[in-house]
Design a protein around this ligand. Structure first.
Ligand code: FES
Length: 133
C-alpha cells in the first residue's frame, strides 16, 4: 500500500487511535507527561529487548508513540488503546491472550512476548501530522 497521511490533532492526551496500514494494525498514542517520564526513566539494561524511548519516537515529538498493534508473542491485539481498556502494569498495553505487559514506549516488560512492539516507518510532515510508510 501507499503511504498514508494522518492528522494527530484529534487524539487527546492520554488517548490512542487504531488504524490499518498495509493490512496491519497500528496504534498511535498521544502520551501524557507521566507516561513519557516513565518511559525515559527506564534503565534499558534491564529490558528484554533493549531500546531507549528516544529510539522509538521522533525528536521534538516525544509525546507521540506509533507502534504496530500486534503482540510479538503470538499476534493478539494488545489492549490499552481504547478508553477504559487495561494498559497493563507499565502504563502501555496489556495482551490478554497470555499476559504480556508493554510499557508506555511499547517495550515488552513482563510476560511471554520476546520483543517490543515494532515502530513502523513514519515521519512528521507538520507539528501534528505524520506520513506512515
Ligand atoms: Fe500476546 Fe501471547 S499473544 S501474550
Amino acid at each position: 500500500g501507499a503511504p498514508i497521511d494522518l492528522d494527530l490533532a484529534p487524539i487527546a492526551e492520554g488517548q490512542a487511535i487504531k488504524l490499518f496500514w498495509r493490512g496491519k494494525l497500528i496504534f498511535v498514542r498521544n502520551r501524557t507527561k507521566k507516561e513519557i517520564d516513565e518511559a525515559l526513566a527506564v534503565n534499558i539494561a534491564t529490558l528484554r529487548d533493549p531500546q531507549t524511548d528516544q529510539q522509538r519516537t521522533k525528536p521534538g515529538h516525544e509525546r507521540y508513540l506509533v507502534v504496530y498493534g500486534s503482540c510479538t508473542h503470538l499476534g493478539c491485539v494488545p489492549l490499552g488503546s481504547a478508553p477504559g481498556e487495561p494498559k497493563g502494569e507499565f502504563d502501555g498495553w496489556f495482551c490478554p491472550c497470555h499476559g504480556s505487559h508493554y510499557d508506555s514506549s511499547g517495550r515488552i516488560r513482563k510476560g511471554p512476548a520476546p520483543l517490543n512492539l515494532p515502530v513502523p516507518p513514519y515521519a512528521f510532515t507538520a507539528d501534528t501530522k505524520i506520513k506512515i510508510g
